[in-house]
Every structure is written in C-alpha cells, then in structure tokens.
Design a protein around this ligand. Structure first.
Ligand code: GLY
Length: 307
C-alpha cells in the first residue's frame, strides 16, 4: 500500500542565467522533471526517478553536467557525481571522470556493486566498464559552447588576473550549472542525485561539493538534498547536513533551508542554491544566488522556474 504522495524536485543549477537561454532552460528542466515524475507516478522508486531525471539533464548540453560540462583551465573534462538512497543509506559517487557519458549511472553502479562509496578518475571508469557501461571519447562530451566559455575565461584572466576566479563567468552573464534531483516515492523512500562538470576554469584535480556526502548531496530516511553553486563554500558549510541540523532543531524544511543558506553566507561567505524533500512531504527549492533553474512536481503542483 502506498504510504506517501510522491514528490520530485529537480534543479539545473544556480547562478545567473543569460536572458537568451532562459526559455530553453525552462523547457529542459520541465522535460527532466517529467522523466522522473513518470517513474514516481507509476509506483517506481525515488532512486530510479532521481537517476532518470539527472540522466536527462546530463544528456542536455544546456546544463553543466555530462554532455556540455564546463572545462578545466587546461581544456579537459573532469566530471563529478553522487547518488544516495535514503532507504538503504546506500551512497555511490565518481570523481574526475571524463570518459563516462552519464556519471550518475556510474555512481549508481558504485553504490550497488562495489564495497566502496567513491571512485576517482581512471579507476572509476575501469570499474564501471566491468559492469557493462561503455566508455566514450571525452571529446564527444565537449561542446563548442564549453570551448568558447573557457576561451572567454582565459582572456579575462589575462586582463584581470586573480580577480577572475574559477567558476566566474568573465562577462558575468553565464554562471550556472550542476544538475540534481530529490524525490519521495509512494513507499515513503527518499533519494538524491547530483552531477556536475564542476566550475569553469577549475584547476585540474579540483573536486567540488557534488560528490561530498553531506555537503552537495545527501539522503537518509528523513531528508533528501542536492546543492548547486560554487563547491568550495558548499563543502565548508556542509550544506546538506546544515539543512538537516535545522530540521533536528525543530524547524520546518523551509526554515531549515534558510538557516543553512544563511550559515553559508554569514560564516563562510557566498551564495548557493538547494533542493530538498522530507519524509513528511515537505519540499523546497531555495537560492541566495540571482537565479535557480528548478522544477517541482507533486500530484497537485507542477511549477518550473528559471528565476
Ligand atoms: N557545485 C559544483 C562544483 O562546485 O563543482
């Protein structure tokens, strides 16, 4: 017997979305939400739903994950992802992969097949290949837009030096990315998934918040959580666990999210976006950045925003 009304929240990154990409972002986020929602309403698991929504966004070059990921300062691809199943407390992630078309699928293989939680680089790629995942040429995942964004970043670095930091868009008009999904299924189980190319112009080897359990991705029997923004401040504020701390203090999910984002801003410094859902049926999509691309799907509500 179903014990909960399903809920799905997906995000396509926080930051500043350029005007000319807004309608495409909205269409893409809506499509990603529909993919996961179809699974939830047919009685499928939260885990399958969040994986499917994230795969849809990894395949869509508008987002900074999978195909279309941003590049490191030397023009290479280093993607991170993590998936978490609140029901079993299963967690799996991959770090710095470049030959995997869908890092979130690889994360699930790590979670379900290995005795470990995280694999990095070539070891991650070779491990998931053993379970039937095809490896691809990284060049096939790099888009012309990603190349142009890196060129602009490098030009700006030449002019402004350290005023331009990894993740900054030189024109201050196209800074967004990372994708994620959280879900509550009809059986009352929670799951979270997050996938990213990281931040534009990052140093090779840099790892962001996405595969850091409790920071960029988190799920247990009470809350599922996915963050977006510049990873360094999300890691330092342990944003997922900060949100859970707010709930443990007796706050609503809405207030707990504000508490976590406020902590990030005042104690660490910076902005971020987050999505979360609880076993009580609360859900949020919150940001302190200018924009957050997200969609919320429940039986009563379908909202999508690029705001
Ligand atoms: N939030 C993605 C990253 O900083 O890598």
């Amino acid at each position: 017997m179903p014990s909960a009304n399903p809920i799905l929240v997906v995000h396509g990154g926080a930051g500043t979305v350029p005007d000319e990409l807004r309608s495409q972002c909205q269409l893409s986020i809506r499509q990603a939400a529909e993919v996961g929602w179809k699974i939830l309403v047919s009685g499928g698991s939260a885990l399958d739903a969040v994986e499917a929504s994230v795969v849809a966004m990894e395949d869509d070059p508008i987002f900074n994950a999978g195909y279309g990921s941003v590049l490191t300062e030397i023009g290479t691809l280093e993607m991170d992802a993590m998936i978490a199943d609140g029901c079993s407390m299963g967690v799996g992630g991959v770090i710095g992969v470049s030959r995997i078309k869908n890092p979130i699928r690889a994360s699930r293989v790590v979670m379900e097949k290995s005795p470990h939680v995280l694999f990095f680089g070539r070891g991650a790629e070779e491990y998931v290949e053993k379970f039937g995942m095809d490896l691809t040429d990284p060049q096939k995942l790099i888009t012309e837009r990603s190349i142009q964004r890196l060129e602009r970043y490098k030009e700006a670095k030449k002019t402004y030096g350290d005023y331009i930091r990894p993740g900054d868009d030189p024109e201050r008009r196209e800074k967004y990315g990372t994708v994620g999904a959280v879900a509550l299924d009809a059986h009352g189980n929670l799951a979270a998934a997050t996938s990213t190319g990281g931040v534009l112009g990052k140093l090779p080897g840099r790892v962001g918040d996405t595969p850091v359990f409790g920071a960029g991705t988190y799920a247990d029997k009470e809350i599922a959580f996915s963050a977006t923004g510049v990873g360094e401040v999300i890691i330092k504020s342990v944003l997922g666990l900060k949100t859970k701390e707010g709930i443990r203090m007796g706050l609503s999910l809405d207030a707990a999210s504000d508490y976590a984002l406020d902590y990030l801003n005042t104690e660490i410094g910076g902005t971020a976006g987050l999505i979360a859902v609880t076993n009580k049926g609360e859900f949020v999509a919150k940001k302190t950045t200018k924009d957050l691309v997200f969609a919320i799907r429940t039986e009563k509500q379908f909202t999508d925003f690029c705001t």
